[in-house]
Design a protein around this ligand. Structure first.
Ligand code: SF4
Length: 233
């Protein structure tokens, strides 16, 4: 007789640290880094999680057992990557197990997989969503995907993050701000200076872009990746 199929996930690492980006900067979290991402952003800071790196295979219950000893005092469990939504079948079994243990779930995502999100959004408490700008990533635009994704999150605790590099075009940042404003003018919209461009005056550029976004959105912030600045994982 055939048994039930148990989805498995490719996981790069599980560790505890503080959140170094965005609205929840500084809160203690357990990070679960999923392997793999179909996007190919030129400045990807987790290339080992994206392709060719090492990972371990987990079943849902096994991964929960790895997380639980680290979860005491954690604000939430950060499901990060790579791109976690590319392993949606696993998430559908794994996230309910975390929820039944009373843990808050924080998803970090590139914001393009709306169909996968639809299947797991009910288990997620906080979403840190990227808007990928083609001039920054050197990849295709995902405007339609980002808009469809964001529409699913109107009742969620969600904020947007967009990475600004020295090559970022202001016209694209404005398109991103307008896209966000169509869904919610009060959403937190974070301009994150690319870590690799910090010595090239990219923070000042973010401040200029912030002014351009404010006619469309009420809460536009410039926040660098603090964990990298202070040498944390
Ligand atoms: S979406 Fe994120 S994980 Fe994927 S390539 Fe871009 S930066 Fe890397």
């Amino acid at each position: 007789m055939m048994g039930f199929f148990t989805p498995k996930a490719k996981i790069v690492e599980v560790f505890k640290s503080i959140q170094g980006e965005g609205k929840y900067l500084g809160v203690p979290q357990v990070f679960v880094r999923f392997y793999g991402c179909g996007a190919k952003c030129i400045w990807c800071d987790t290339p080992h999680a994206r392709q060719g790196g090492e990972f371990k295979i987990y079943e849902p219950q096994e991964l929960v057992s790895q997380i639980m000893p680290l979860s005491e005092g954690a604000h939430s469990i950060s499901i990060t990557g790579g791109e976690p939504l590319e392993q949606k079948d696993f998430l559908k079994e794994f996230l309910p197990l975390l929820k039944t243990r009373g843990l808050k779930i924080y998803l970090e995502t590139n914001g393009v997989h709306d169909k996968a999100l639809r299947e797991v959004v009910g288990y997620i408490d906080i979403i840190a969503m990227d808007i990928k700008l083609p001039s920054s990533t050197k990849q295709e635009a995902y405007w339609k995907e980002h808009e469809d994704f964001l529409r699913l999150l109107s009742r969620k605790d969600v904020f947007i993050k967009t990475v600004v590099s020295c090559d970022t075009l202001k016209e694209e940042v404005i398109v991103a701000a307008k896209l966000a404003s169509k869904i919610n003018r009060d959403i937190i919209f974070i301009l994150q200076p690319n870590y690799f461009d910090l010595e090239k005056d990219v923070v000042r550029r973010c401040c200029q872009l912030q002014k351009l976004c404010l006619p469309f959105l009420h809460d536009v912030r410039v926040i660098p990746q603090v964990h990298k600045l202070v040498g944390l994982k």
